[in-house]
Every structure is written in C-alpha cells, then in structure tokens.
Design a protein around this ligand. Structure first.
Ligand SMILES: Cc1cc2nc3c(=O)[nH]c(=O)nc-3n(C[C@H](O)[C@H](O)[C@H](O)COP(=O)(O)O)c2cc1C
Length: 192
C-alpha cells in the first residue's frame, strides 16, 4: 500500500545482466511495485545487460518505467559497489543473472558492474539475492528478440555453478521468479 506521512521508501537496487530470460516480466514487476508500494528502485545494468535489453527492444519500456537506470562504464563506474558495501540499500537483487555472471561470481571475479557490486556487498556483510536465468535441470523456454520461442539447454557447467552459488556466503539464490515479489513485499513490510 502507498504511504501517507513520513514513511521512508524501501530502497531497492536491481541488477540486470545480459540475459533475455524473464526480462519483460522483471520490468512489469518493477512497474507493479512502484505503482502500488513505497519503493525507490534503482536499476543497474552490466554493459551486456544494457545491450540485451536493447536487443529485445525493451530499453524504452525500462527507462519509462524506472527513473534511475544506470549502465556500467567500468566495474566501479557508476559507483554502487561502495554504497552497497555500506548497506545503503534495503535490498540488492540481481535478476536475471546470466550464466556468465554466475560463473564469475562463483570464481570470485568482480570485473563487471554487477559482479563487482555482488562481491563488494558481500565483503561488507550484506546479503545479495540472485535469480540466475540458467538454473533448471530441464531446458528453459525463453524467447528470441523477435518474440519467437527459443529452447535453451542448460549445460552441466551451469548447474555446477548454481550449486556453488547456493553455497556461497552472503548469497541467497532465488529459484522461482514468483518468489521475488514476496521477497520485496517482505522487505517493504520490514521497512514500514
Ligand atoms: C539476445 C541475447 C540473449 C541472451 N540470453 C542469454 C541467456 O538467456 N542466458 C545467458 O546466460 N546468456 C545470454 N546471453 C549471452 C550473454 O549476454 C553473454 O554471455 C554476456 O557476456 C553476459 O555478460 P554479463 O554477464 O556481464 O551481463 C544472451 C545474449 C544475447 C545477445
């Protein structure tokens, strides 16, 4: 429910990487949350995240939906790693997260905006919520930028990396997209 009075918005930082999986659904959820709840969303994208959003012709939709949309120039520019490390946000969610970014995170690599923010936030004792795009044992049904259906096989290496991700300190892996809304609503409730 929308606030009346001095209540503070729940500050959510939403990371997007270069995968088309559930991209439209993610933007729709951002809109629904902003329309109905006290929430301040900042979207940060890896370079490839921005490229893929554009491939799917969703850039306009994203930037019309969310006021603060920031694209990686370097792992530290724009500088969100520091504020995330200090816990300046109520929630850091990365969704969807590509197989590439998952692989980097489990290896401790922090050379993109999103993987760096994940690493630094955890080093600061924060929890990071991650929804990986390639985590099902069955092939995933996604769509091509032109809207046609695309079935993608998930490789063993991706499943191994998901297992490792689940064991990492400071990370909560979200298995189902529907759980994201519940998570955010819970954080809003805690804030109010
Ligand atoms: C249109 C398009 C769709 C893509 N979809 C996926 C996907 O579903 N899953 C995935 O892991 N990578 C996907 N990729 C590949 C990633 O974008 C690529 O691995 C990139 O290096 C990821 O960089 P990032 O993890 O820094 O965002 C896609 C690429 C394009 C151009």
């Amino acid at each position: 429910m929308k606030k009346n009075g001095d209540q503070k918005d729940m500050k959510l930082i939403w990371g997007i990487t270069g995968t088309g999986y559930l991209m439209r659904e993610s933007i729709d959820l951002m809109k629904e949350l902003q329309d109905n709840y006290d929430i301040d969303i900042t979207v940060i994208l890896s370079k490839e995240g921005a490229a893929v959003v554009k491939w799917y012709k969703k850039w306009l939709l994203l930037t019309e939906t969310v006021k603060k949309v920031k694209v990686e120039k370097t792992p530290n520019i724009p500088f969100y790693a520091g504020p995330l490390q200090l816990g300046n946000y109520d929630l850091f969610l990365a969704c969807p997260v590509s197989a590439n970014s998952v692989a980097k995170i489990v290896c401790g690599i922090a050379d993109t905006l999103i993987t760096n923010c994940v690493a630094q936030a955890i080093k600061g004792g924060q929890t990071v919520y991650i929804f990986p795009s390639d985590q099902d044992t069955e092939p995933i049904v996604t769509s091509r930028p032109n809207g046609s259906t695309l079935v993608l096989k998930i490789r063993d290496i991706e499943l191994e990396n998901i297992k490792k991700l689940k064991q990492m300190e400071g990370i909560v892996v979200i298995s189902k997209f529907s759980e994201i809304k519940q998570l955010i609503l819970q954080k809003i409730k805690e804030k109010s």
